[in-house]
Design a protein. Structure first.
Length: 95
């Protein structure tokens, strides 16, 4: 779970392959985005205009799992970028 920089939105991820955008004030669901694999981590980018999902790649080993990193536009829910690398679950972003 992460809260947008302006505090108006919340993003969550789940094992049903979804990233869900919520209105922080009302708790209403704004949009569900199908990510394609179980979502392990979500985080807003610094400007709040996009967010990142980290999801385990289907078929990767449970001993040394690999994760896919995708960037989504907050306003539309459109996929902006699929990063050309895999990472571990301790992934973090910095400006």
């Amino acid at each position: 779970m992460d809260i947008s920089p302006n505090g108006k939105l919340i993003i969550t991820g789940d094992a049903r392959y979804l990233a869900i955008l919520w209105d922080a004030k009302t708790g209403a669901e704004i949009r569900s985005i199908f990510v394609g694999s179980p979502v392990q981590k979500v985080m807003f980018m610094e400007d709040g205009n996009s967010f990142i999902t980290l999801s385990m790649i289907t078929g990767s080993s449970m001993i040394t799992p690999k994760y896919r990193v995708l960037q989504w536009e907050t306003k539309s829910g459109n996929l902006l970028r699929s990063y050309p690398f895999t990472c571990s679950d301790d992934f973090s972003m910095s400006p």
